[in-house]
Ligand binder design. Sequence first.
Ligand SMILES: [Zn+2]
Length: 204
Amino acid sequence: MTILTNTRLDLTVDAGDGALLSVPAEGTLRIVDLYGNQAVDTLLYDAADIENRYSAFDTIREQGAIYLTTGSRLLSGRLDELAVITGDTCGRHDTIGGACSQESNVIRYGEHTRHQHACRQTFLQYGASAGIGQRHLGHNINFFMNVPVDSAGNLRFEDGLSAPGKYVELRASRDILVLISNCPQLNNPCNGWDPTPVQLLGEW
Ligand SMILES: [Zn+2]
């Protein structure tokens, strides 16, 4: 059997920029951490109904584990499988730490950070063309971000486990929208204190 590939995507997303991708069922998307230790904040939506969107809570409960890696089924709040992680050379991805916002930056890091660009603005900017607004932004995936939970149950933002060229690969389980913010955060080690570009490679 010959499988015809119609689309090849090769897109570099600058530090602090974002993307909205429409990935059809069975399409694969590889996210490459070009320079290492770069958090890629990601949300998934059912392309047919953006109300049917990625749910960190349901994904964690159903897989019985808090980190994402190869084999993780990325579920919606209706327990529909939106995508599966089919490849992962980093081995650890977070879905608890959330996305940075101007509001959370002020609370965590002080008033002087209020006007720094944040993932939430990127999500709204790139989501707008698909009708994705504030009420559609839930807990996201932070690919390549290391947020260990210690034995006492505490969360920490730690220096990343990723390195240049590490990648994670998703396979869409239905037609989905993938909303990406290549995190601009400067106030914690999630981007190694120096946000860098990532590469998006798609085939469908
Ligand atoms: Zn961020």
